[in-house]
Design a protein around this ligand. Structure first.
Ligand code: SF4
Length: 229
């Protein structure tokens, strides 16, 4: 239910960015490194400039560091220039210029954590691999009525949900769908319940309705993993 509804929504409202449509895991990897502290809209021009000059791992590995730093400067990432080039060099040296396609290999690259690894594998390679960030935690937490700490990204129940979710027929599309949905509909502030395709099943909304009508707040219930697909 969750995945199907989000994919349907995504087909009408999903956002398009050049790295998403590139079909190139290296471009997805670099874009995800750029997106760590910056919104996607701001990353787009730096992304185009970087790949206009350095189209692959080999050219970025050998690129002029000052020039790369200048491109990354508007994103507040100038200080991370060495990390970008280190990753490119490792891919050239250890993987023949091709981004590794296994999570444990990606995690060995400088600055690559579980989220970036999952994004490269699912968006770049189309693999059934999970991603979790704070926005995805929020959607799962609200929809299933789970209480998590601030470190929800490490919550085993959330990771399990993300793994089941990523078993979708098209994991690339499914993961992009939940990312866009979290950004455009189920935002941290002022979630747009009125236009939400999940509103009939969402526990967060139902709990709020119960509170308003004077009923006891719903208790956290068992997660229905069947509801993920
Ligand atoms: S109904 Fe509201 S809280 Fe629930 S998933 Fe939709 S936007 Fe988020």
């Amino acid at each position: 239910m969750l995945c199907r509804a989000l994919v349907l929504w995504f087909n009408k409202h999903g956002r398009s960015y050049p790295w998403r449509d590139s079909g190139d895991p290296f471009k997805v990897l670099v874009a995800e490194m750029m997106l760590r502290r910056t919104r996607a809209d701001q990353v787009e021009s730096a992304y185009k400039e970087l790949f206009g000059r350095y189209p692959d791992a080999q050219s970025l590995a050998e690129g002029n560091s000052d020039e790369v730093a200048d491109i990354l400067y508007p994103l507040g990432l100038k200080w991370r220039t060495p990390a970008f080039q280190e990753v490119a060099r490792a891919i050239v040296k250890d993987y023949g210029g091709k981004v590794p396609s296994k999570r444990h290999e990606l995690l060995k690259l400088t600055g690559v954590g579980d989220y970036v690894a999952g994004a490269v594998l699912s968006i770049g390679y189309g693999k059934k691999e999970w991603i979790v960030d704070t926005n995805i935690v929020r959607v799962f937490r609200r929809y299933f009525g789970i209480s998590t700490s601030v470190e929800g990204r490490r919550d085993k129940r959330i990771i399990e949900l993300a793994k089941v979710y990523a078993r979708a027929r098209n994991p690339r599309q499914a993961n992009l769908a939940i990312l866009d949905f979290a950004a455009l509909i189920c935002g941290a502030k002022n979630p747009r319940h009125d236009v939400c395709p999940l509103k009939r099943k969402c526990r967060y909304l139902r709990t709020d309705v119960m509170k308003i009508s004077g009923m006891a707040e719903a208790r956290v219930v068992r997660i229905n993993f069947k509801g993920v697909k």
